[in-house]
Design a protein. Structure first.
Length: 261
């Protein structure tokens, strides 16, 4: 179910992508992608496996830079700043634009140290300030009441759903402005999935969220905008309600109705 409270008809674009092409060696994985991701909304990316969704997502915080022999062409503008400019501070970018992976990946440390890791990297050493950041981040992810007595326990002892919410809290602790989520519920049971989806609803008041999902029902439930990727191309990008009820492209209609894909 989409949010019940009103949204502006024309939200400010947090990220603008212009003529983005991406290559793994000689293989082109993204072909001339153009779209605007609105601020403080949830944008869902759907499409079959291998169509470029996750590659595109990682372009938004330059995680693909870690892969050898890749090439990016075009622009990705974050609040008007081209993140592919030579002078871009990449560690700072990844604090602004955090990534939550498909499988929960907490550090093999305590719950507290997982959340405090990013702030410490940013130079925060004061224990009172760190305590406040940890508590606030866990409260935002509805984990504080569950874990306030377990902060010194290993994060790997938590359930899968708690681990994934902890990873979200870890992103929030760096005061990220954008959260990228790569199939964040694929490894979770229905109850944990419901908690993460509710969390996505709540966080999008404060954070711009882009989620890759193979679950079209999930895309319909959590997002305001949806884009369909197909063989490296962005077939259609529009309001989620329109994508699922009145798409402009036949390929989109065929995919969301299950005719193929």
């Amino acid at each position: 179910m989409n949010k019940a409270y009103p949204r502006p008809d024309k939200a400010k674009a947090k990220i603008v992508v212009n003529h983005l092409n991406f290559y793994y060696g000689k293989t082109q994985a993204l072909l001339d992608i153009n779209l605007e991701i609105p601020e403080y909304q949830v944008t869902a990316l759907i499409g079959p496996s291998g169509c470029g969704k996750s590659t595109f997502l990682r372009c938004l915080n330059r995680m693909n830079d870690t892969i050898p022999e890749t090439l990016v062409e075009g622009e990705v503008l974050l609040d008007g700043r081209n993140i592919y400019a030579p002078a871009e501070d990449i560690p700072n970018l990844r604090q602004e634009v955090g990534l939550v992976f498909q499988k929960p990946n907490p550090f093999p440390q305590s719950v507290y140290n997982n959340v405090a890791f990013g702030p410490r990297v940013l130079g925060i050493r004061d224990r009172v300030e760190l305590d406040g950041i940890v508590e606030n981040s866990l409260r935002q992810t509805a984990l504080w009441e569950e874990l306030k007595g377990r902060l010194n326990e290993p994060a790997l002892s938590l359930s899968a759903g708690q681990q994934q919410r902890l990873c979200i809290a870890r992103v929030l602790a760096t005061r990220a402005e954008v959260m990228l989520m790569d199939e964040p519920c694929s490894a979770l049971d229905p109850i944990a999935t419901g908690k993460v989806e509710e969390l996505i609803h709540e966080l999008s008041d404060r954070v711009t969220i882009v989620i890759v999902t193979h679950n079209m029902q999930q895309a319909a439930r959590v997002s305001e905008k949806t884009g369909l990727f197909w063989l490296g191309e962005l077939v259609e990008f529009d309001d989620t309600a329109r994508i699922f009820t009145r798409p402009r492209q036949k390929k989109t209609e065929d995919y969301v109705t299950g005719r193929f894909g």
